[in-house]
Ligand binder design. Structure first.
Ligand code: GAL
Length: 425
């Protein structure tokens, strides 16, 4: 290489570093907009939600163990309390679509399907509370739920009161069958205020931006004032393609969505599907690591009655959960993509940083990636030095590093290496 070529490539590299720093500064430094004032979700909600794994299975005759029924929720509640899930933070046991009877009662109230939920929601809530857990439920802003059960349009106040009466602690409010963007926005706001008026603490989980995107760019400042978390993108499936598409959507929109996340209001990239059928070990590690970096609600959708020890250990990894739940409450972002590697970082409290490196190449074996520490955390993560701990795929203390040094890692195809950097001096 000639001296001029060297200079040009150095200037180019510097240009890139500055561009990334600018992006990082932009995503990291902005003050967070006002959040829904209900004092809830100061860190991302953790729990379990039935949809991805159990969907709308109402056939309890033939599939008594996997239909959407009281029995399923009683069993999951029992396991969440006894198998360490609650202890690491998974607190909300959430019912999704298909719990309702096809019609409201004579007074216009929603009612649970009496065959599948013979004890009703109030008794289920009592049981869930007796286990030290909280109960989530599902309804829809439009005329019907996505699966065709009664919608809340025209019944927002009555439904909010019903949920509060039953002792519900979280509402997932879907956006199907809403006939206009005005009704969508009015409905999401109306329900938020109605829930607050009940006087009960109810986490409000929205899908408002997801249903706006095809038509309008959502106003996230406004959404944050009404919702505790909000889905932006399509439903998660039990596949790597689905996880990748969620990550790709997130990176394409990070300038818009990262700055709005913070205590009280979070972007929701949908459920954790770890412990099911579609993701390899490395892909499960990637989902866990990136959901931690994204400050995402950690709502598992799996069968806790039958889950491998490996998946359980990953989902219950306290160090990774601590990153997700970090009290600073800043969402991480992708710092760079090169040669089919992605580097993500997230600022944490006490000047610590989390860094995730993903190998997106789906051919070949583990590839090595070397990262220079000056490039992390706007140059501050390891300045003048830091202690680095690798958290995933396995926990390993990597030791003391100086600002000008670099770190070499090996990353499996579709896998992730997750690090925590702490100031040493
Ligand atoms: C979808 C929603 C899913 C699930 C489903 C229920 O629109 O995004 O998470 O709730 O409806 O029918």
């Amino acid at each position: 290489m000639t001296a001029t070529m060297k200079l040009v490539s150095r200037v180019r590299r510097l240009g890139c570093v500055l561009a990334f720093c600018f992006l990082a500064l932009f995503l990291w430094g902005l003050p967070v907009a006002r959040a829904l004032d209900n004092g809830l979700a100061m860190t991302p909600t953790m729990g379990w939600l039935h949809w991805e794994r159990f969907m709308c299975n109402v056939n309890c005759q033939e599939e008594p163990d996997s239909c959407v029924s009281e029995k399923l929720f009683l069993q999951i509640a029992e396991i969440m309390a006894s198998d360490g899930w609650k202890d690491v933070g998974y607190e909300y046991l959430c019912i999704d679509d298909c719990w309702m009877a096809p019609k409201r009662d004579s007074e216009g109230r929603l009612q649970a399907d009496s065959k599948r939920f013979p004890g009703g929601i109030r008794r289920l809530a009592n049981y869930v509370h007796s286990k030290g857990l909280k109960l989530g439920i599902y309804a829809d802003v439009g005329n019907k739920t996505c699966a065709g059960f009664p919608g809340s349009f025209g019944y927002y106040d009555i439904d909010a009161e019903t949920f509060a009466d039953w002792g519900v602690d979280l509402l997932k409010f879907d956006g199907c069958y809403c006939d206009s963007i005005k009704h969508l926005a009015d409905g999401y706001k109306h329900m938020s205020l109605a829930l607050n008026r009940t006087g009960r603490s109810i986490v409000y989980s929205c899908e408002w931006p997801l249903y706006m995107w095809p038509i309008f760019k959502p106003n996230y400042t406004e959404i944050r004032e009404y919702c505790n978390h909000w889905r932006n993108f399509a439903d998660v499936y039990d596949s790597w393609q689905s996880i990748r598409s969620i990550l790709d959507w997130t990176t394409s929109n990070q300038e818009r969505i990262v700055p709005v996340a913070g205590p009280g209001g979070w972007n929701d990239p949908d459920m954790l599907v770890i412990g099911n059928f579609g993701l390899s070990r490395d892909q499960q590690i990637t989902q866990m690591a990136l959901w931690a970096i994204m400050a995402a609600p950690l709502l598992m959708s799996n069968d806790l009655r039958h889950i491998s020890l490996e998946a359980k250990a990953l989902l219950q990894d306290k160090d990774v959960i601590a990153i997700n739940q970090d009290p600073l409450g800043k969402q991480g972002y992708r710092l760079r993509k090169e040669d089919n590697f992605e580097v993500w970082e997230r600022p944490l409290s006490n000047l610590a940083w989390a860094v995730a490196m993903v190998n997106l190449q789906e051919i070949g074996g583990p590839r090595s990636y070397t990262i220079s520490l000056t490039s992390l955390g706007q140059g501050l993560a390891c300045n003048p030095d830091c202690l680095i701990t690798q958290l995933l795929p396995v926990k390993r203390k990597l030791g003391f590093y100086e600002w000008t040094s670099s770190l070499k890692t090996q990353i499996n195809p579709t896998g992730t290496v997750l690090l925590r950097l702490e100031r040493a001096s």
